[in-house]
Design a protein around this ligand. Structure first.
Ligand code: SF4
Ligand code: FES
Length: 378
């Protein structure tokens, strides 16, 4: 392991005390009936035998609530792939957490959804892969997914859950963003999360099929800006822009180890969903240590807190407390150094190279999709 700081510090050498996390992503399984080529799960997926049992999740939720977490996003893979999902939800609710179920809508029957309502799900977030059956089924790699999702969305609103639609946008569907927003309205969503594909893991294998063009990125921003005005007071639009075409990077995770944490299916605790791509970083497991200790004391969480870890140009940049140097996983993927300035930043020495590669990928012949698959025996 690299020499990670025992205590994060600012540029004057003063110790930095971590804040408290508000949200936790609980990835209870990597199993999923869909095969989206931009899946945010790692390329090496956790098998079912290694998944944390429901009793351990109950302890994690209690510890999370004690630590200050207010909401848990129960996700996967597809959380419905776990037969004990209702038990897991019940324990999260009993811990006092606001429970958001993030689902593909495939494999959860109406009866099961009603049970999840009784057990404490407060909010449902449904992913959509397209605005028509052909696109949705092709991108998800699951024939019939569209019909199932539309049925599921109807149950969500009939039962009375608040609904968020999650729409991942990319080269193959960005032009249809206005229709996607309209569909979310029709489905009764209170919120839509429009997220441009983030090129980690599976998505990085699909750059030549999914990288949007600069024109598409500009179009998407314009659509979002106009829709935000039109839908004010009716539907919230959260937007993750195409940062490969941006001037400055996003403040990934709102800053490393500052407001959120992820617990992976096997109990590893990560500062973000892609942190496993930082090969030299070691993650502690909830089976071995309390969540509070991992949050406050682990080397992984302290690695990029404060500002003393930063290299130039971030170190002397006036934006360092706004975007925190961008995304550590993107720095790792592109610069080969997780401490480097996020290469999508225009001040990074690698910026021109990043833009050239993004434009090359976006202009390439459309590549075949590489679908997410668990290796045999998963
Ligand atoms: Fe952000 Fe670093 Fe770029 Fe400044 S140099 S804008 S801190 S990523
Ligand atoms: Fe890991 Fe951005 S995805 S820090």
């Amino acid at each position: 392991m690299k020499d990670l700081p025992a205590q994060p510090r600012d540029l004057d050498g003063n110790p930095v005390t971590p804040g408290l996390p508000m949200a936790m992503l609980a990835e209870i399984t990597h199993r999923c009936p869909l095969a989206c080529p931009y899946c945010s799960n790692p390329v090496e997926l956790t098998r079912s035998q290694a998944e944390l049992p429901a009793e351990d999740w109950a302890r994690v939720f209690r510890e999370a609530a004690d630590l200050g977490v207010l909401q848990v996003h129960i996700s996967g893979g597809e959380p419905g792939a776990r037969r004990d999902l209702a038990q897991i939800v019940e324990s999260a609710s009993a811990a006092g957490l606001y429970v958001n179920l993030i689902t593909s809508g495939i494999g959860i029957t109406r009866q099961r959804l009603e049970e999840l309502d009784r057990k404490g799900v407060d909010h449902v977030q449904l992913s959509l892969q397209g605005i028509r059956p052909d696109m949705a089924d092709r991108i998800s790699g699951h024939p019939g997914s569209w019909d199932k999702k539309m049925g599921f969305a109807g149950w969500v609103t009939e039962i009375g859950f608040p609904l968020t639609i999650n729409a991942v946008v990319h080269r193959q569907n960005m032009e249809r963003l206005p229709d996607m927003i309209e569909l979310a309205e029709t489905l009764g969503a209170r919120r839509i999360e429009v997220a441009t594909v983030q090129f980690h893991g599976w998505a990085d294998l699909n750059r030549k099929a999914l990288m949007p063009t600069r024109e598409q990125a500009v179009f998407a921003r314009q659509v979002v800006n106009e829709a935000r005005i039109r839908l004010r007071g009716r539907m919230v639009i959260d937007y993750v822009p195409a940062d490969h075409h941006a001037v400055y990077p996003k403040a990934c995770m709102g800053g490393w180890g500052s407001t959120g944490l992820n617990v992976a299916p096997d109990g590893s605790v990560l500062p973000c969903h892609a942190a496993g791509s930082i090969g030299w970083m070691r993650f502690e497991n909830i089976r071995d240590r309390s969540l509070s200790d991992i949050w406050h004391l682990s080397e992984a969480f302290n690695a990029f807190r404060g500002t003393d870890w930063m290299a130039e140009p971030c170190r002397s940049c006036e934006r360092k407390n706004m975007d925190f140097g961008g995304c550590r996983c993107q720095a790792m993927a592109i610069a080969g150094d997780a401490r480097a300035t996020d290469p999508v930043c225009s001040k990074s020495p690698l910026h021109a190279q990043v833009i050239a590669r993004a434009e090359e990928d976006a202009g390439a012949d459309m590549a075949e999709l590489i679908y997410r698959r668990m290796k045999k025996g998963g």
